[in-house]
Design a protein around this ligand. Structure first.
Ligand code: SF4
Ligand code: SF4
Ligand code: FES
Length: 237
């Protein structure tokens, strides 16, 4: 196989692309390519990964213009016109090279009240939630998020309005709004109702199209819009 021609972002926000040539082999992932560059060609390249099996989400980067988990992306799938372009995730500050600063992404989870708030203690029995209950099914459909930032990086509303909470934080809030054990209720709805909240979503679906876990933040955000509207109509907000 011919070697791969790879363009890799170097530096911070004002950096530029550097060209590398990497040997190609069967079943090669994009993360394999980045690792080869760092181990063999340039040990100063900064990138992030942990599990290599699609569980941690830390290897997310922009690959030929689209956010992806690089450990689960085969080169064969994305090698277009004889080139592979690797850049850090969009919509987040660049620390260096392929590494972004995820702080504002997780700060927004906190702003959306993304922590469970219950009332039980260790002395209490487990809460019994029927697997067949409507709320439980809505939670199940959205709960598997691993916080990789792919959806956030793909959202044009975040790009236009950096204050927007974004798909992942709102998806997390949705799972808690539907959690029968959680008691934040109106406070959480208030947290996701403002100008930076669910009503800013334009339903472009990029988050849902790109989520590697096949979640639909768009559906959760639509649910939040309904819950907020209902709370306003009943004067609960
Ligand atoms: S919703 Fe999907 S794309 Fe977004 S952070 Fe969670 S797992 Fe990643
Ligand atoms: S559906 Fe909403 S949150 Fe998802 S990418 Fe589009 S604007 Fe962003
Ligand atoms: S390295 Fe963990 S998801 Fe890719």
């Amino acid at each position: 196989m011919d070697p791969l021609k790879v363009r890799v972002w170097r530096g911070g926000a004002e950096g530029s692309f550097q060209h590398f040539v990497v040997p190609r082999h069967a079943s090669q992932t994009v993360l394999d390519v980045v690792t080869y560059i760092q181990r063999v060609l340039d040990p100063t390249l900064a990138y992030r990964f942990a599990c290599r099996v699609g569980m941690c989400g830390s290897c997310a980067m922009t690959v030929n213009g689209a956010a992806r988990w690089t450990c689960r992306t085969h080169v064969d799938k994305v090698y277009q016109k004889e080139s592979l372009e690797l850049a850090p995730l969009r919509n987040l500050p660049v620390v260096r090279d392929l590494v972004t600063d995820m702080r504002e992404f997780f700060d927004k989870w906190a702003r959306a009240r993304g922590s469970f708030q219950g009332t039980k203690t260790r002395a209490d029995d487990f809460e019994k939630i029927s697997p067949g209950s409507e709320k439980r099914k809505q939670v199940d459909a959205a709960i598997e998020c691993i916080g990789c930032g792919v959806c956030y990086s793909s959202c044009d509303v975040v790009a236009a309005n950096p204050d927007y909470l974004g798909p992942a934080a709102l998806n997390r809030a949705w799972t808690l709004v539907k959690d029968e054990r959680d008691v934040e209720g109106v406070e959480r709805l208030r947290a996701v109702a403002g100008d930076a909240g669910c009503h800013s979503c334009h339903t472009h679906m990029s988050c849902t199209e790109r989520c590697p876990k096949q979640l639909s933040p768009t559906a959760g955000i639509a649910g939040l819009k309904r819950e907020v509207s209902l709370a306003l109509l009943t004067s609960a907000l």
